[in-house]
Write a protein that binds this ligand. Sequence first.
Ligand SMILES: Nc1ncnc2c1ncn2[C@@H]1O[C@H](COP(=O)(O)OP(=O)(O)O)[C@@H](O)[C@H]1O
Ligand SMILES: [Mg+2]
Length: 255
Amino acid sequence: MDQSVLTVDGLRVSVEGCDVLSGLDITVKKGSVHAVMGPNGSGKSTLAYTLAGHPSYEATRGSAHLNGEDLLEMDADERAQAGLFLAFQYPLAVPGLKMEPFLHSAVRAVRGEEEAGDVFSFHRRLLKELRFLDMDPTFAERYVNDGFSGGEKKRAEILQMLLLKPKLAILDETDSGLDIDAIGIVAKGVNRLRDEGMSILIITHYQRILNFIKPDTVSVLHKGKIVRTGGPELALELEEKGYGEYTGPSLGVLA
Ligand SMILES: Nc1ncnc2c1ncn2[C@@H]1O[C@H](COP(=O)(O)OP(=O)(O)O)[C@@H](O)[C@H]1O
Ligand SMILES: [Mg+2]
């Protein structure tokens, strides 16, 4: 039986006429955490956006399948319904819309009416998840992203992920400034999804977050291709040696 949730073969993506992904292969196993690490500009965010169906990132070649379904044929909403989650797909502040109805409608749109439940059962579930993440219940009353701190945005994102229960969550950890508290929230969410059999693709430049979330697999992305795949020890090796082996010594030091 095929135990992979995501299979990407020979994926090519060009942005403004340049190949940003140049024949990328990756397989994410069911119930695993797969970390993709790479230097700045290697194509990490492009991979995340392309898989999620961002209209500016179109694959020119190759394939991407989620549980055997052709992702590249689907629009972004269909990909979400198929079980793909990309952390913060709604980054704008929405004054006038509170978190609770926003999250409820997101779950309804992605998981359907029945799973989302009525306002009362959704409210109970939301309170339970807020407790799990050590978040104040009043968070549900806040306006979406309105005046959220970096840490609150991160909490909102992980909360959304837990409510949506995706088959594959993609977390693009661009923010190197995450404090220890926010890292703890991300780790708690990710570890729970993995325990429940879901898969996580965590994309990061830094290995710090991987001290809290032990990846099952680590891949190195360089110049739009996966150049190496190994176990968790590969992240530690990168921490120690930097990306110099791939980028040349002057650029290789991990900040
Ligand atoms: N929307 C875009 N417009 C122009 N160039 C882009 C765009 N997105 C990505 N690129 C280019 O693609 C390369 C990879 O970018 P990105 O995927 O953001 O890398 P990473 O997340 O690994 O730092 C960079 O050289 C970047 O300048
Ligand atoms: Mg990036």
